[in-house]
Design a protein around this ligand. Structure first.
Ligand code: ATP
Ligand code: MG
Length: 246
């Protein structure tokens, strides 16, 4: 089982869009796949039309009054399951802090080791105990980056955090999203950051078909399989898959 979290300290950079599309494509490739929505905004759950079975599921999971199996639901797609987010996920940080351990999420996932090939975690933005738990549980932390000056600053902060606090910089793997290749700033920032060797070559441009996921309630390859958006996400996913499974 390979655990990949979609993370950035920054909000609104394409974490959820990427998580939803990668999970769909992994399942389509024949991997048994689980998407765990850990963001109380519940956007990934919304794209998959998934509502939690019980109120307070995230809290109950951490408190062990519910098992992870009980929280899992099917989606409209073969081979793809989801743990939808609920509002109690907003308390995860406090609940995890109470127990002073960054190992709790990994321990919960251990029970699924033989059930899934890929687990994708959609993270809320920010540094928190939840983020520390997610980093520890993840084999790869996939970070979407919009190529702007401010994003370079955020990237440097996250990179230092991985170097100094977790000591697992090799887990941090990045890719560019919402790219407008006509903009010199985007081209310059990409050229600068590619030198760092933490970025995948393929990237996701700014495309309206990706915004339409919210109208279609589906991953882009499901409703527009021959679109440029689907082609870009597919190329990037193939590169990531090869990169992480090598
Ligand atoms: N490549 C893209 N092209 C155009 N629009 C995009 C692209 N990626 C994401 N979007 C849109 O940008 C908005 C933010 O994307 P998304 O929700 O994936 O970001 P996020 O990092 O998960 O945000 P948050 O930090 O709030 O969880 C959404 O409306 C989404 O549809
Ligand atoms: Mg999100």
């Amino acid at each position: 089982m390979f655990v990949a979290s979609l993370y950035n300290l920054k909000g609104g950079v394409g974490k959820t869009a990427s998580c939803v599309n990668f999970a769909y494509m992994a399942a389509k490739d024949g991997y048994k796949t689980l998407l765990w929505d850990l963001d109380p905004q519940g956007a990934a759950s919304f794209y998959y039309k998934a509502q939690p079975k019980e109120k307070g599921a995230a809290k109950k999971l951490i408190e062990h009054s519910m098992t992870i199996d009980e929280a899992i639901m099917g989606t409209d797609y073969d081979g793809l399951d989801i743990i939808p987010a609920d509002l109690s996920a907003r308390k995860l940080d406090l609940l995890l802090d109470d127990k002073h351990s960054k190992k709790q999420l990994r321990n919960l996932l251990k029970g699924l080791e033989h059930d899934y090939d890929f687990v994708f975690i959609d993270c809320p933005p920010g540094f928190s105990h939840l983020a520390d738990n997610i980093f520890y549980a993840s084999d790869a932390v996939l970070m979407p980056v919009i190529p702007t000056t401010l994003s370079v600053r955020t990237y440097d902060i996250v990179k230092s955090y991985f170097e100094e606090k977790t000591g697992e910089l090799e887990k941090l793997m990045c890719f560019f999203t919402m790219v407008d290749i006509r903009k010199n700033m985007h081209k310059d920032v990409m050229a600068q950051l590619y030198k760092d060797k933490r970025f995948f070559e393929y990237y996701v441009p700014y495309l309206s078909d990706i915004e339409r996921m919210g109208i279609k309630n589906a991953p882009v390859e499901a409703f527009a399989p021959s679109s440029f958006a689907a082609t870009c996400y597919r190329a990037l996913w193939n590169e990531i898959k090869e990169g992480v499974l090598e």
